[in-house]
Structure formats: structure tokens, C-alpha cells
Write a protein that binds this ligand. Structure first.
Ligand SMILES: C[S@@+](CC[C@H](N)C(=O)[O-])C[C@H]1O[C@@H](n2cnc3c(N)ncnc32)[C@H](O)[C@@H]1O
Length: 462
């Protein structure tokens, strides 16, 4: 029997795949099932049919998997922020461990490496130190809100609905951040809504309010608020700043990024300090870091120090080594291992991150690190000395092929690859495999309730 779009079918979910969906089979065809847990028996509707697979949505769970649990968040069925709250945490960890192992085996063609048990997050709610909310003139309504006559269709501040680029679910709070962050979110919504100044439309490219980024320093209990607007206009942002300053003494940094481009990013071309400092401070282990609004900082504060510890353990430095730290951000890895190395060269494309990295060396009394700002692919050819250890912590897309070629020219003795995407990690490892063997991998769950998983891999030159 052929499977066709619109068919209603009964399925038993066998496993989950990277990307978070369940996988079942019918008539020898692989069928992906949205919002499903292994062990679920479901009635699903087929929404897409391709040559070798189909995609489906659950209409009814006829027999629930024992690994299902109740999601505490009222938005979790719809919101794209996190979509695994309905899976028991222990099982989330097991599935993620498999993602890393399977990707390395099947895509990376790596065998005989040691994979440690995934490090769990000590907090599975309220663990994120940074949230980014979008304004939109296309509010997406919860089912129970839909039939009411509403005059607020053109205002939302919240998170994206998966599969849409302009529809935003207007949220009162997110369980992944601390409650104070939710109070700030609600105050900004109230102010922006009452301001009479329109929100930015992702289709029309008209309007003022674009994004709200909230960052929290767990170590110092300081908050940063970054409001991103489409132009520089004093009265609305100064009004917001004064409301926030009065209401939240914990806000140490209040900035306004101005992004006049059509691109969907919260990074502005210009940044103005509205109140307090340009940066906030946080700690990882014994080290203090200044972080600007546009610089990367690991988001899981209760767990991230374990990542840097694992890097230091895998590095086994003796004090004599030359280390290259690719995608160094604000200098976290460099500074964390600086005491065990002779010289460290960090590289990052972000001006603000490199400025933070240099300042962070001063703050921590580190004097053997130097930082270069630019595209790693352009900067690496400048390195002509022998490199003992190369650390790479690229964005989700992994490393560009020309970066891999440069690494194969440099031939460092050891590579530590920090990755938040097992698929691109495995792709890059496959490209390095003629000269490097994966010895050891430590998965670390920085992102509870999502399918995302961080991992640290140690590769040795063959
Ligand atoms: C996952 S973060 C890692 C940051 C840092 N290692 C840490 O632990 O905080 C990735 C970093 O790569 C930088 N980046 C992205 N593309 C780049 C490129 N082509 N060249 C250099 N840096 C890049 C980003 O600015 C960001 O700081």
C-alpha cells in the first residue's frame, strides 16, 4: 500500500533521530513523527511524502510511552524554544548520547574511541543565562485564544513558532531562564505595547522594536538587557531605560543595538549604552569574564565550567606548549588553559568578543595569550610555527573546508574539537581522518529539553 499525503496511519515509534523527531516504519518506509517518544503508539497524519521517507504529525497517542512526562510549560506544544519537555530527562540524555556516538560512527567513520557518559545538567529549568525574544507584528495565538475577538494581533514579544519565520508566540515567561528574567520580559512588553511605537514586521520591514536580549550573570547576580531596534530614536528607548532602571536594581548593563538591515539577527551595526556598563561580568571556575551584548558566552551557567574542565583534562598540557584557540570568543578556553601552556593564539571574527578577550586577560592576570580578529580561514595561513594543541569551538555549521585544509597543513599534535552539533562535528572529523584519530569524547548536556548536545572530542595525530 502506498503512503500518501493526508493519510491517517497507526505507528509505533521506535527511536528518536537528531533533529528531535520520532522514527517509525510502515510498509518498509521510514516515517518521521513530530512530538513523539520511543515506545509511543500513535495515530498520525501524513503531511509530506518523499521517495524514501514520509513525515507525519501525531493526531492521537493511543498508548503512551513510559518515557513520556507532563511538560510544565504551557507553550511547550507550540513554541520552538525547547521541544523535548515531554520526554523524561534521563531518556533525553540517553538519546543524545546515541546521537553523538552514531554520528561519529556513521558520518565520521570513527571507531574504537572511548565515549564517556554524557554529563547531565544540574539544573534542567532556569539554567539559561541568556534568552533572546523577538518582537513581531504577527502574533500567533494558542488554540484557546483563537476564537476571541482581539485587538492585539499585531503585537507579540516571545519565541518563534517552528516552521514559520514571522509568527511569534507571545509569552509571559520561559521556564529555561530565571524568574527575574521573565519579570523583565513582561515589563518590556508592557512598555513597548503602550509606547504606541510599532513593532518591526519581518515581512514589511517596517516598525521599530526588533529583539529583546536578556542575560544574567549567575555568579554576580547582574543582569544585562539589550533592546534591538531598527533605528536610533531617543524617546522610546530612553523611556524604556528609565522604567527598567526604576524597576530592576539588578540591571547592571542596559544597551541598545541598532540593526537597520533586513537580516534576522539581534546583532546591531551600532550599540549605545543606555544605562550602567557596556559589559556584564560572570565567572567560570576561578576566572572572571567581561561579556558584551554581542559576544558569545556558554548559556548553561550551572554546567559550563565542566566543559572547560574537560578541555583542560583532554589537553594534558605541561607548560611548554603552543596552543591555537580557534573561534575563541571572549577568551574562555584560552584563559582557562593559559596557566598550563607557554603561548596561546586565539582567533575570532567578532570585534566585541576579541575586545572582551583582551580585557579578560588583564582581569585574570593572564599574559601569554594573544588574540587575532578575523575569519579563521583567513587568519590561519599566518601561523607558520609548530602548534602542539589546536582547540576548535566553531558555530553549529562546523568548520569551513578551507579551515580543515589549513589544520591539515599545520598538523598540530593534538586537536580538541568542541561542538554543539554532532552532524557537523562528524563531517569535519571524516575530513581529518587521514591524519587524526578520535581517541576520546565527552558529551555534555548544556541544553536540557532540546535535542541539542555539546561534546568535546580529543583527536591525536596519526
Ligand atoms: C561556539 S562560539 C565559541 C566561543 C568560545 N570558544 C567560548 O567557549 O565561549 C563560536 C565563536 O565563533 C566565532 N565565529 C563564527 N564564525 C567565525 C569565523 N568564520 N571565523 C572566526 N570566528 C568565527 C563567533 O564569533 C563565536 O565567538
Amino acid at each position: 500500500m502506498d503512503i500518501r499525503k493526508g493519510d491517517t496511519i497507526a505507528l509505533t515509534v521506535e527511536r528518536v533521530v537528531y533533529g528531535g523527531r520520532g522514527l517509525a516504519h510502515l510498509n518498509n518506509m521510514a516515517i518521521f513523527v513530530d512530538k513523539a517518544v520511543p515506545g509511543d503508539r500513535v495515530i498520525a497524519r501524513v503531511v509530506r511524502v518523499k521517495k524514501n521517507f514520509a513525515e507525519s504529525r501525531v493526531l492521537e497517542v493511543t498508548e503512551a510511552s513510559p518515557y513520556r512526562t507532563t511538560a510544565p510549560c504551557p507553550y511547550s506544544d507550540y513554541c520552538g524554544g525547547c521541544n523535548w519537555q515531554f520526554i523524561e530527562y534521563e531518556k533525553q540524555l540517553a538519546y543524545k548520547q546515541t546521537f553523538v556516538e552514531d554520528s561519529l560512527n556513521h558520518i565520521g567513520k570513527a571507531t574504537d574511541f572511548q565515549i564517556h557518559h554524557v554529563l547531565p545538567s544540574p539544573q534542567i529549568f532556569g539554567y539559561r543565562n541568556k534568552m533572546e525574544f523577538s518582537f513581531s507584528d504577527k502574533r500567533w495565538f494558542l488554540p484557546e485564544e483563537r476564537d476571541k475577538k482581539r485587538d492585539d494581533r499585531d503585537f507579540a514579544l516571545g519565541l518563534h513558532i517552528p516552521g514559520t519565520f514571522d509568527k511569534i508566540i507571545d509569552i509571559e515567561g520561559c521556564l529555561l531562564q530565571k524568574e527575574k528574567g521573565n519579570e523583565i520580559l513582561r515589563e518590556v512588553r508592557r512598555y513597548a505595547k503602550d509606547s504606541g511605537v510599532p513593532v518591526y514586521g519581518l515581512r514589511s520591514h517596517q516598525g521599530f522594536w526588533r529583539y529583546l536580549m536578556i542575560r544574567h550573570s549567575f555568579a554576580f547576580n547582574e543582569w544585562m538587557v539589550n533592546v534591538v531596534t531598527s533605528e536610533e530614536r531617543d524617546p522610546p528607548v530612553q523611556g524604556l531605560a528609565s522604567v527598567l532602571k526604576d524597576g530592576f536594581r539588578e540591571i547592571a548593563s542596559l544597551v541598545n543595538n541598532i540593526n537597520t538591515t533586513r537580516g534576522g539577527t539581534a546583532v546591531g551595526e551600532r550599540e549605545r549604552v543606555l544605562a550602567g556598563e557596556r559589559n556584564i561580568r560572570d565567572r567560570i571556575g576561578a576566572f572572571t569574564f567581561e561579556i558584551s551584548a554581542n559576544s558569545f558566552f556558554q548559556t548553561n551557567s550551572p554546567l559550563s565550567h565542566r566543559l572547560y574542565q574537560a578541555v583542560r583534562d583532554f589537553a594534558s598540557l605541561t607548560g611548554k606548549e603552543i596552543v591555537v584557540d580557534l573561534y575563541c570568543g571572549i577568551g574562555t578556553v584560552s584563559i582557562y588553559v593559559a596557566g598550563q601552556a607557554s603561548r596561546i593564539i586565539g582567533m575570532d571574527i567578532s570585534n566585541s568578543a576579541i575586545a572582551n578577550a583582551r580585557r579578560n586577560c588583564e582581569l585574570n592576570g593572564t599574559d601569554n595569550c594573544e588574540f587575532l580578529c578575523g575569519d579563521v580561514g583567513m587568519l590561519l595561513p599566518q601561523i607558520t610555527i609548530h602548534v602542539d594543541l589546536l582547540v576548535a569551538d566553531p558555530p553549529r555549521t562546523g568548520m569551513h573546508r578551507k579551515v580543515i585544509e589549513q589544520i591539515l597543513r599545520l598538523l598540530p599534535d593534538r586537536i580538541i574539537y568542541i561542538s554543539c552539533n554532532p552532524a557537523t562535528l562528524a563531517r569535519d572529523i571524516a575530513l581529518l581522518k587521514e591524519r587524526y584519530r578520535v581517541e576520546e569524547v565527552q558529551p555534555i548536556d548544556l541544553f536540557p529539553h532540546t535535542y541539542h548536545i555539546e561534546s568535546i572530542s580529543r583527536l591525536e595525530r596519526i
